[in-house]
Design a protein around this ligand. Structure first.
Ligand code: GLN
Length: 494
């Protein structure tokens, strides 16, 4: 496809339209993504691995469906190549969680989200790079090497779902799945200039997601635009008897919600988000987005989320406590790699010592400490109480407003290596995203501009009520359709 956009650059809605009219085949779409991977992934390294023959076989199955008259209404992702973060189980494919410790582990089953996407006709492919066990904000803690930002290969793509964001930004996949425990979908989406949605806790089944912090983790889509996000969310959402934390709330038609009419909707601007480290260009873009919302007929309301200051500290107690328990299963006996020892204790310590990277060890030590007797009350219990205060701040705000508007990140993408020696600086890059997970609410990041020199994407975050994704998507879509940002492509890979 010379001149015009090539197939791998198109959105789900554009591609399914063309497939339905039989102008193109599913095989051509998958091949276009595979060709792009061959062309750019040597630089980007969004993928840990991928299996072209398996992807093409699924695409051929989609073409047979199309030939047999299966419609897009029946299978809304028919023939669409979607790549998967290396923390989600895909049957017969490797599952490493960006870590060495799982060795040559191959998943014996599909996660629920994978099952649902297969039923919707998607071509499921690839293992996307990530921070080890989703702990990080830059994809630099992966045991499989770093991922580079397609807008500037000297910079990080964000994390922990850095591969998921970079693959969409570099047009190596039409959409991807990632996970968000404290910002790992929204932050890399912002830094790579794509759309990333963290659903409400309980909206999407976590069955088949390797747990980092079980009370915070959610799976969500990375896409090139809001309509695709709505479509993918509709496919993966819903109650799952295999995940007791998934919730029995009906799944609305998210695509139908995108009617462009946001007149009278109220957007809250929290005064606590005007922090010292906010980059002036990020602030200017978010201020301009607020003006744009006014122009579109929304109302802007000043609000306060008074416990915002405690969010990062609370998160690093709750998340590390849960991680220390969840990661106990990687002991050299049940999964993956083993380093033998004279007795079980030595086997455990050798296996875990060799298998986990520094950041994961730091989290396990911190988490074990805050749960230990004598410190439990002072740290873990207190953090749980503060978490409730943070959630109550949001619930009170949502009595006044339909959604909350903030920057997604305080700065655009930083340089590779810039923060890797300073965990606290790294943790602060999630300052705007973390409270959403603690409160269990929904959040989305979408492009809202660029820095000038160098040109790097800036993300706008909208936070929504629990199960308020339809309103979030509607608000995001109205903004997207009235601005040019989502149409820009990184020039560095051309
Ligand atoms: N960056 C945060 C952390 O390191 C969030 C990670 C995530 O959302 N998985 O914990």
């Amino acid at each position: 496809m010379p001149n015009a956009l090539s197939l791998n650059q198109l959105s789900i809605s554009e591609l399914t339209g063309r497939l339905a009219r039989r102008e193109i085949s599913a095989r051509e779409i998958t091949q276009a993504c595979l060709d792009q991977i061959a062309r750019v992934d040597g630089t980007v390294h969004a993928f840990i691995s991928h299996d072209p023959a398996d992807a093409l076989a699924q695409a051929d199955a989609a073409d047979r469906d199309l030939a047999a008259g299966v419609t897009i209404a029946q299978k809304p992702l028919l023939g669409i190549p979607i790549a998967i973060k290396d923390v989600l189980a895909v049957k017969d494919h490797p599952l490493n969680c960006g870590s060495k410790i799982l060795g040559k582990f191959v998943s014996p089953y599909d996660a629920t989200v994978i099952e649902k996407m297969r039923a919707a006709g998607a071509v499921i492919f690839g293992r996307l790079n990530m921070d080890e066990f989703a702990m990080g904000s830059s994809t630099e803690t992966s045991a499989f090497g770093i991922t580079r930002n397609p807008w500037d290969p000297a910079r990080i793509p964000g994390g922990s779902s850095g591969g998921s964001a970079a693959a969409v930004a570099a047009d190596e996949a039409i959409a991807t799945l990632g996970t968000d425990t404290g910002g790992s979908i929204r932050q890399p989406a912002a830094l790579c200039g794509c759309v990333g949605l963290k659903p409400t806790y309980g909206r999407v089944s976590r069955y088949g997601l390797t747990a980092f912090a079980s009370s915070l983790d959610q799976i969500g889509p990375f896409t090139k635009n809001i309509a695709d996000s709505a479509r993918l969310l509709g496919v993966i959402s819903g109650l799952d008897p295999r995940d007791s934390t998934s919730v029995d709330v009906p799944v609305p038609d998210y695509v139908a919600a995108l009617d462009g009419n946001i007149r009278g909707l109220k957007l809250g601007v929290p005064k606590e988000y005007l922090i010292g480290g906010l980059d002036p260009e990020v602030k200017a873009s978010v201020d301009a987005a607020i003006q744009q919302y006014l122009a579109l007929g929304a109302e802007i309301v000043d609000i306060s989320l008074p416990h915002t200051d405690y969010a990062v500290a609370t998160y690093y107690i709750v998340a590390t406590a849960e991680a220390s328990a969840n990661l106990a299963r990687f002991d050299g006996i049940r999964y993956g790699q083993r380093v033998d020892g004279a007795d079980p204790l030595e086997l455990y310590t050798r296996t875990r010592g060799a298998g986990f990277g520094a950041e994961v060890k730091r989290r396990i030590i911190l988490g074990t400490y805050v749960l230990s007797s004598g410190y439990y009350d002072a740290y873990y219990l207190r953090a749980q109480k503060v978490r409730t205060l943070i959630r109550n701040d949001f619930l009170a705000a949502f009595k006044q407003v339909d959604a909350i508007i903030t920057p997604t990140t305080p700065t655009a993408a930083f340089k590779i290596g810039e923060k890797s020696g300073d965990p606290l600086q790294m943790y602060l890059s999630d300052i705007f995203t973390i409270s959403c997970n603690l409160a269990g609410i929904s959040g989305i990041s979408l492009p809202c501009g660029f820095t000038t020199n160098p040109k790097l994407p800036i993300g706008l975050q909208l936070l929504g009520q629990p199960f308020g994704e339809a309103t979030l998507l509607k608000l995001a879509h109205a903004y997207e359709q009235s601005t040019p940002w989502h149409r820009e492509k990184p020039g560095t890979l051309a």
